[in-house]
Unconditional design. Structure first.
Length: 348
């Protein structure tokens, strides 16, 4: 889709996000503290009243981006697929993200109001698997994806058949949980790095948007990536360190669902190993650290996560975000190469 529509999406999401976050922060803070005050305090200083629930506002911003995309798509003369199929794809993607975000909102509300820890993790994972399974089915039926897996190094395609659906659901669920871990384990903000998850997701999305823009058949993931980048930039007005509003589990699951949807709609799931290298590294380090502690009762890292370890070593939030962004962009070079390789295979 042309750059004018993409610019309108980014500007609209940024403006809407600035207004919506400023409007909702006092209401969300009232849920946490019981006090209502329109003044949100010093932007560059925390006072302990910073609420969660960012996923709700980001979901509203996403819907604005989706609507603009569909309207712009209907006025566009050059499309990679039928307007009806693309519209169905965008609606299905929005539905997946909203459902996943809703589970996070439930957890945020229970924790902020001290009513418990929210949904059991096993229940959340089952919901994510079922929702993602349905999304993978809709994608194939609408022609937005096929059941083949493109392997690198000119190995070719592998027909997965029926197993494509559960594998896709598992992949999307893993991406969602890696993103949630990258924000902070269990939604405990003390373990997080303000703005890190949103910054990483924005770099991921910008890289995907740039790579997908080179090929017409990647229009849908390109636009979803633009929408995600707009949501992240809107959040960081109030969410970058020191945050006046935390992502919470609603926000981290929202971003995880968006990244999962982008990855799957490219029809090249291995791209996540490139652009999502920071998220993969975070998950691997956490898993290795857990296994070492379980067997040797020794801490491998000075924190539950990789960014937690870096913070304990004296790294500041902005330094961690800068390194994460650079590594994500370096890993995205593989995305451009993989997309180019995929385009050559499809043309042949």
């Amino acid at each position: 889709m042309n750059w004018q529509v993409q610019s309108i999406i980014l500007i609209s999401e940024l403006a809407a996000g600035a207004v919506l976050f400023r409007f909702f922060i006092p209401f969300f803070r009232r849920v946490k503290t019981g006090r209502f005050d329109l003044y949100i305090g010093d932007r560059f200083k925390k006072d302990g009243s910073e609420p969660k629930f960012a996923g709700l506002v980001m979901a509203l911003v996403m819907l604005i981006g989706i609507v603009i995309t569909i309207v712009g798509m209907r006025s566009s003369e050059e499309l990679s697929g039928s307007r009806e199929a693309l519209t169905q794809g965008y609606i299905a993607a929005a539905a997946v993200v909203l459902l996943i975000t809703a589970t996070g909102l439930t957890d945020d509300y229970n924790k902020e109001t001290k009513r418990g820890i929210g949904l059991k993790k096993s229940v959340v994972v089952i919901i994510e698997l079922v929702v993602c399974l349905g999304f993978s089915y809709i994608l194939t039926k609408s022609g937005m994806a096929d059941t083949k897996l493109l392997l690198p190094f000119h190995i070719g395609n592998v027909e997965l058949g029926f197993i494509f659906y559960p594998l896709t659901a598992v992949l999307m669920t893993v991406i969602i949980n890696l993103t949630e871990l990258h924000d902070c384990p269990g939604g405990v903000t003390e373990y997080g790095c303000d703005g890190l998850c949103a910054m990483t997701a924005m770099m991921f999305s910008l890289a995907c948007a740039g790579a997908c823009a080179m090929y017409r058949w990647l229009e849908m993931p390109q636009m979803l990536a633009v929408i995600t980048a707009g949501c992240c930039s809107a959040y960081m007005i109030f969410g970058i360190s020191p945050a006046k509003m935390y992502l919470g589990q609603s926000g981290s699951r929202f971003l995880g669902a968006m990244l999962a949807v982008i990855t799957v709609t490219t029809n090249m799931p291995l791209v996540f190993l490139c652009s999502g290298i920071v998220l993969v590294a975070e998950g691997v380090c956490t898993l290795v650290g857990h296994l070492v502690f379980r067997h040797k009762k020794q801490l491998l890292f000075k924190g539950l996560t990789l960014h937690g370890h870096l913070r304990s070593r004296g790294w500041g939030d902005y330094r961690i975000m800068a390194v994460s962004s650079v590594v994500t962009l370096i890993g995205s070079a593989g995305l451009f190469a993989y997309a180019s390789y995929a385009d050559g295979i499809i043309i042949r």
